[in-house]
Design a protein around this ligand. Structure first.
Ligand SMILES: Cc1ncc(C[n+]2csc(CCOP(=O)(O)OP(=O)(O)O)c2C)c(N)n1
Ligand SMILES: [Mg+2]
Length: 360
């Protein structure tokens, strides 16, 4: 870590075991994190499932069956890696509109994901009253307060303050984008968290765009992570397309938080493979060449797949089987969600304040 409290990379690629002269990073990386081959394959399958589901929601949107999608394609390693580096039974996940892969990682099923995008009965976040994936799914400890950019960060502080006050040693992770980091509420939340040394991880998925606005029109610095200096806690830059690097950074931040050392800002550099949402046309502000280059360089699935193949953990046959399994699950979920009814108008006032209660 440098003097300015901001680090770039987490050291995984450079660590070596004493006495082993030429240990390459690729031989060692998951062992260093204590991840077994079995666990890695499970994580990879969650990423494959998230990508497959995400592609399906786009198809449903184009068929007029899903109102809107904010895609996680390109963000999967950042989202899945960070979520799975935490304790799903103890921590709290304050997501934002692009967090489909966080939800899939934590166990929200493909059927539930499609029910939320199609606003059908059985939708678990808001009873189909809200934007997809918005509301709360407390069984999975997921809270998605609002579509208002950065508005959830102060609420995430509140949850972290509760953890601290009750001495529960839980950690809050709050997900947001680079554009959100320019909002006043983001600064207020980070300042408060720094002052009170809250057990919170601010997890910024920096995809270089806030809709069509490029990063250099959002901020005059290179890394969002640098901002942590102003609030008195570490800022970490991590390659958000590298699952293992994300898991290490998030694990370290969680350990700091649980030890009472306070917040960490993690900036995961990612690429957004799709337009901002299904209502956006990104051909108006970025070129095909730019997109193709980033898809080649920063595909989290491709990177993890190569690593697993290299390590002999995955074979091309297994890979094919995983994709087929994900597709079969998503097809089954699609059939279910398409047949599911929309909420009956007699339930209009249900779920307005909290799922399962009458709002009036
Ligand atoms: C307070 C507020 N201002 C503007 C919007 C409209 N809006 C929705 S998403 C978005 C861009 C946010 O970009 P970023 O934080 O980088 O997240 P990304 O979508 O890139 O993941 C904007 C401006 C909003 N929802 N809330
Ligand atoms: Mg962005």
């Amino acid at each position: 870590m440098t003097n300015c409290n901001s680090v770039r990379g987490m050291g995984l690629a450079t660590k070596s075991k004493p006495g082993i002269a030429a240990v390459t990073a690729s031989e060692n990386r998951h062992n260093l994190l204590g991840l077994t081959a079995e666990r890695l394959l499970d994580i990879y399958q969650r990423m494959v499932l998230s990508r497959t589901l995400d592609q399906r929601v786009w198809q449903l949107n184009r068929q007029g069956k899903a109102a809107i999608v904010a895609s996680a394609q390109g963000h999967e390693a950042a989202q899945v890696g960070s979520a799975l580096a935490l304790d799903k039974d103890r921590d709290l996940f304050f997501t934002y509109y692009r967090s489909m892969a966080v939800c899939v990682a934590l166990g929200v099923t493909p059927t539930e994901v499609l029910l939320t995008f199609m606003a059908k009965v059985g939708e678990p976040f808001s009873g189909a009253r809200q934007f997809p994936l918005h509301g709360a799914y407390m069984q999975h400890r997921i809270i998605n307060v609002s579509n208002v950019v950065a508005a959830h960060l102060t609420k995430a502080d509140g949850a972290a303050l509760a953890f601290k006050t009750r001495q529960e040693f839980g950690v809050v992770i709050a997900y947001f984008g680079d554009g959100a980091s320019s909002e006043g509420e983001c600064h207020e939340a980070m300042n408060f968290a720094g002052v009170h040394r809250l057990p919170i991880i601010f997890f910024c998925e920096n995809n270089r765009y806030a809709i069509s606005v490029p990063l250099d029109k959002q901020m005059a610095i290179q890394d969002v992570a640098i901002r942590a200096q102003g609030y008195g806690f570490p800022g970490v830059v991590v390659d958000g397309s590298d699952l293992l690097a994300v898991m290490e950074a998030t694990g370290n931040a969680a350990a700091r938080a649980r030890a009472g050392e306070g917040p960490t800002l993690i900036e995961a550099k990612v690429e957004r493979f799709m337009p901002h949402t299904s209502d956006d046309d990104d051909r108006r502000y970025r070129s095909k060449a730019e997109l193709e280059e980033m898809r080649g360089k920063a595909d989290p699935l491709g990177k993890l797949r190569s690593y697993l193949l290299e390590q002999g953990i995955l074979t091309p046959e297994m890979d094919k089987a995983y994709l087929a399994k994900a597709l079969a699950e998503v097809n089954e979920a699609t059939d279910f969600a398409e047949k599911a009814p929309y909420p009956d108008t007699s339930t209009f006032y249900d779920h307005l304040h909290s799922p399962g209660t009458r709002g009036v």
